[in-house]
Design a protein around this ligand. Structure first.
Ligand SMILES: Nc1ncnc2c1ncn2[C@@H]1O[C@H](COP(=O)(O)OP(=O)(O)OP(=O)(O)O)[C@@H](O)[C@H]1O
Ligand SMILES: Nc1ccn([C@@H]2O[C@H](COP(=O)(O)O)[C@@H](O)[C@H]2O)c(=O)n1
Length: 368
């Protein structure tokens, strides 16, 4: 799993610090509270909640992470001596282990050409291709206990509950013995996505999403043509209409979710098969390159919490704040080029309620 996955990096900053919890949208943020802030409160009053956060984000190579985080934490401890400052936290991502299987999700509307392209990729790139729809149809054929339910869902163009689908995928992945998978037609809705994260989030690493974009009229013509021989119960005009509606309403938001994580590679699926495959090859090269980097690098996010935005901005404008910013940038730039994505350090002041949103729910779940 990519992004901020499974390790929390939180230290207390000096003696006598108490813990403060702040609920933010969908996330749980904890910060070490500075004694000076605590003393300003009447004994029976509740501790103040942090309202603003100064965030620094950068990407560095694995070998530098521990020393860098220790150093940055010491700098944050200094900053916490400022009035109005309440706590600090460092988060760092955990890159997937080398032996964690790589998964590429393959999405696109019904008939966009997912299966056709997957067959080509398998032939040339050694992926295992697992189509969620094929697995469901096979389970139905095999007379599984869920057979009737699967049949009803497929006829209606609805998405089968994820417990069934993810169990089939997991079993097929294990049985294949492979280490690189194209998972075609999954995740198709929020339920699929949540089920994948809870069941497979720690087992496999999603390296990208190949998204085939195609007009409905083109897809419909292909599916009706395919329906002449496919024997599929859903390759007919009525079922196709329902499948399109499900795709628009339920699958597009999933694509949006992965797009926000920078993982989606959109390919024009309306072109001839060969042309689509050329674009697919380019997307695959980009996925592999990004994945190799992701496995070698760690994202570090430092948060300094304050009772109000003005305290943070005052400090940032002061010589001490400027020196802190400059020191982080200098240190980031001094790490050898091979092991850092860029010397760039992104700094910004945010409200607590928005500070962790850009990192997505997946990433945050693991932190607490
Ligand atoms: N680029 C293309 N140009 C023309 N026809 C295509 C193209 N790609 C696929 N087809 C044809 O369109 C039909 C649907 O393709 P395919 O089965 O690959 O789509 P899919 O996205 O996997 O569909 P589904 O989601 O319904 O399983 C097939 O008959 C296939 O041969
Ligand atoms: N994750 C999924 C994938 C598919 N289905 C059901 O199967 C039908 C056919 O899927 P194709 O990808 O082969 O077109 C689909 O319309 C769904 O009913 C599913 O439930 N969950």
């Amino acid at each position: 799993m990519s992004g901020f996955t499974s390790r929390r990096f939180l230290r207390r900053l000096g003696g006598g610090l108490s813990m403060l919890s702040v609920a933010s949208a969908g996330a749980y943020v904890s910060a070490a509270m500075h004694p000076a802030a605590a003393q300003q409160k009447a004994p029976d009053s509740k501790p103040a909640l942090a309202k603003a956060v100064y965030e620094q984000q950068l990407t560095i190579g694995q070998p530098h992470v521990t020393a860098f985080c220790e150093w940055l934490l010491a700098g944050c401890a200094d900053a916490l001596k400022q009035p109005g400052f309440m706590g600090a936290k460092l988060l760092r991502s955990t890159p997937p282990a080398a032996n964690t299987p790589l998964v590429l999700f393959v999405l696109g509307g019904p008939g966009a050409g997912k299966g056709t392209q997957c067959a080509r990729i398998v032939a040339e790139h050694g992926y295992i291709h697992l189509s969620a729809g094929d697995l469901l149809r096979a389970a139905r054929q095999a007379g599984s206990s869920e057979g009737q339910l699967i049949d009803e869902y497929i006829r209606e163009g609805r998405i089968v509950p994820v417990e069934i689908t993810v169990a089939l995928l997991r079993k097929a992945m294990a049985a294949s013995g492979g280490s690189r998978f194209l998972i075609d037609g999954f995740p198709r809705n929020g339920d699929n996505l949540a089920g994948w994260h809870s069941q497979m989030g720690e087992v496999a690493h999603v390296g990208g999403v190949l998204m085939y974009d195609c007009a409905e009229a083109v897809m419909e013509a292909r599916l009706l043509e395919r329906g002449k021989t496919s024997g599929r119960a859903d390759d007919n005009a009525a079922a196709i209409k329902k499948r399109f509606a499900t795709y628009r309403a339920e699958t597009m938001p999933v694509v949006g979710y992965y797009a926000q994580l920078g993982l989606v590679h959109t390919i024009d699926g309306s072109q001839p098969v060969e042309d689509v495959y050329d674009k697919t090859q380019q997307a695959l090269a980009a996925v592999h390159k990004a994945d190799a980097l992701r496995r070698a690098q760690v994202q570090v996010v430092a948060h300094l919490y304050a009772a109000d935005r003005a305290s943070l901005e005052r400090w940032l404008a002061s010589p001490a704040g400027k020196a802190h910013e400059a020191a982080v940038r200098e240190r980031a730039a001094s790490m050898d080029g091979a092991s850092r994505a860029s010397g760039a350090v992104r700094s910004r002041v945010l409200d607590v309620s928005t500070s962790l949103k850009p990192y997505g729910l997946d990433s945050l779940r693991a932190f607490d």
